[in-house]
Design a protein around this ligand. Structure first.
Ligand code: HEM
Length: 261
């Protein structure tokens, strides 16, 4: 998770700055995640989980995807399952039995929480300059993206000064998720709502029809699921205890004790 900007020394001793503290064992703790970021992060993770499993319940009712505006089983772009039983098993759908109406209720309820909390986080992150200070790659950092990627693959994670901020790959992926994938999820969701696309005609036009919006909605969900898997793998590789402590308490500790993961 913390393969810092290449070019920076990996082992340089960090200096203590305002809002940071030195622990009893001599390591430096940096206040990395303000409360509002942590609240949004966990609410967002919960919403995405419920949206995913209730989304599969809804997809079970018509397990095919199309481009354009019309949908009939004769010419789908993608079709799930083959027989009469629903393609997504009960253990991965909400509710676990077949109930389209209940699935829709769960989905819409959590979609509003997801959209409202995402908007609140985005406004906070822009207004507080978190986007500029922590998430936007600094000038020249993008040139080292390849090296940062290679460092991740080799599970090389820096300590010292370089561990103080997100690395370029982390910054870029968080930006794409926050300002790309999550809003795209909301927009394609709104496009599928008859009340919304009747009022805002530009929505179906923007995606080339309601069925295209549904397909993009599904592909966006798959991309977010892929990000989630990589996010967790990176966290495990970078040191799960240290990373979890950071996203739960806000404090990221630079340096590891002997034997600490
Ligand atoms: C079990 C689920 C999850 C765990 C344990 C987890 C863990 C973490 C940790 C430890 C960080 C801080 C990384 C660091 O300080 O180096 C983080 C940040 C972040 N995570 Fe997750 N995460 C989870 C789910 C998700 C999901 C589902 C998403 C969105 C699709 C997500 C998006 C983000 C973003 C955008 C940040 C950066 C936020 C900011 O700094 O403003 N996470 N996560």
């Amino acid at each position: 998770m913390d393969a810092g900007p290449p070019g920076q020394e990996r082992s340089s001793e960090p200096r203590v700055r305002l809002g940071e503290r030195v622990l009893r064992d001599g390591r430096l703790a940096v206040y990395r995640h303000p409360l509002i970021v942590r609240l949004w992060h966990w609410l967002n993770a919960l919403c995405l989980f419920v949206l995913l499993v209730s989304g599969l319940q809804i997809l079970n009712a018509h397990p095919a995807l199309y481009w354009g505006s019309s949908s009939d089983f004769t010419n789908p772009w993608l079709h799930f399952g083959g027989g009469d039983s629903p393609p997504f098993p009960s253990w991965i759908t909400l509710p676990p039995w077949q109930d389209l109406a209940a699935g829709r209720h769960w989905h819409l309820f959590f979609a509003w929480i997801f959209a409202a909390s995402g908007l609140t986080y985005a406004i906070y992150a822009i207004a507080s300059r978190r986007v500029r200070r922590e998430l936007c790659p600094r000038r020249g950092e993008l040139r080292h993206l390849g090296r940062s990627f290679a460092d991740h693959l080799r599970l090389k994670f820096p300590e010292g000064e370089a561990a103080r901020h997100y690395n370029p790959l982390q910054k870029l992926s968080y930006l794409v998720v926050i300002f790309g994938l999550l809003p795209l999820m909301v927009l394609t969701g709104l496009t599928m709502s008859p009340a919304m696309d009747a009022r805002f005609h530009f929505l179906p036009l923007m995606f080339g029809g309601r069925q295209s919006a549904r397909t993009v909605h599904f592909l966006t969900a798959c991309t977010i699921a892929a990000f989630f898997v990589i996010h967790l793998l990176a966290l495990l590789a970078a040191g799960p205890i240290r990373e979890m402590r950071a996203i739960l308490t806000g404090w990221f500790v630079i340096g590891r004790r002997k034997g600490e993961s």
